[in-house]
Design a binder for this molecule. Sequence first.
Ligand SMILES: NC(=O)c1ccc[n+]([C@@H]2O[C@H](COP(=O)([O-])OP(=O)(O)OC[C@H]3O[C@@H](n4cnc5c(N)ncnc54)[C@H](OP(=O)(O)O)[C@@H]3O)[C@@H](O)[C@H]2O)c1
Length: 372
Amino acid sequence: MSGTKRRSAGPQADDLRFMKIALRLSRRGLGLTEPNPMVGAVAVKDGRLLATGFHRCFGAPHAECMALEDLAVAGATLYLTLEPCGHFGKTPPCVDLIIARKIRRVVAAMADPNPLVNGSGFARLQAAGIETRVGLCREQAERSNRHYLTFMRTGLPYVAIHAGLSLDGKMTDKAGRSRWITSPELRRCAHGLRGEFSAILAGRNTILADDPHLTLREPGWGGKQLLRVVLDSGNSLPHDLNIFKDQERSPLVIFSSLDAGERKKRTARHFFVPADDQGLSLPAVLGRLAEMGIASLLVEGGGRVIDSFVRQGLFDELVLFHSGRLVGGRDAVQPFCSGIEDLAQAPQLADCHWSHFASGSIMRGYRRCSPD
Ligand SMILES: NC(=O)c1ccc[n+]([C@@H]2O[C@H](COP(=O)([O-])OP(=O)(O)OC[C@H]3O[C@@H](n4cnc5c(N)ncnc54)[C@H](OP(=O)(O)O)[C@@H]3O)[C@@H](O)[C@H]2O)c1
């Protein structure tokens, strides 16, 4: 893509302007690049935007390759939202291409914590005499890539908990029905949320009560595979449930206890992990998902499962969809039923963001990483 030349507002302001374009581009890979990061690239010379690129999906060319593919102008500046790689992976090293295209200067938002990169990309650029500036818009770049960064730094998937709640915080009515807790408008948003993640998880009771498909139904996510994960300690879910359908498009992973009768596999990906009286070991579940390359997980419930993730501090983000209805009922399912003894122990969220709709609101709050 080429653009018109604008009068330069000075090198610093130009850097900021072009980095913001690269960041916007990078987000076009949202939900599609994992376990790779989202990356945007913009090539500029004399204030003129020459080419752009972004990492479209896992296995596709890197953003730098897309931007530099046909670029024959030596002396350009390249804006990148992440350090370029210097090693052979699914694609050749981007650093080699940057050097071959005679890029004069690289401005990058942040280093790549991947141990295969981790500063070596910048070192190779500098060794080749390319001027590098690192850290511009670092905070925004880190927020955008929070799934990837958490996966790289902890070795476990980024975990977001999602629940649809009445105004008074109930996930179901007294009879355990959750279907109409939120409005159709909010439910559409909730389905869209699934597309941002690599996997979605639910507990056995939710699978039995709601018989959900746990698939991606919102337009815009065609072709994306979402891994569905179910916790069924006893390995006893009936086989005619919707979750067992459509496994080609949406593969199913079941976790059961090591003691589950006969340990008979119900799907190609059926894993047996330790359990105690609180249920299956969540660290073991997350560890197994990480080994499968799952960088992000959306926990969709129900109440007991969410309670386990919250109690064990195994979440990075909370996404609550609030309707305007009052439901009440002591026995209605709620998201953190075990509670805390003392307010001082309450899990604290940072950076809570509210979006308001005619029929309710959505809150996204974060623990370890910051939001977009
Ligand atoms: N409003 C919403 O957003 C929403 C979303 C989802 C569900 N729901 C509603 O929530 C209700 C179900 O919630 P629920 O609390 O009864 O059950 P749940 O959280 O869906 O499932 C709990 C079951 O999962 C299994 N499990 C295995 N390991 C676990 C662990 N480490 N921690 C917790 N559970 C583990 C246990 O059964 P085993 O020991 O047999 O394996 C446990 O009884 C349904 O009525 C559904 O409609 C509402």
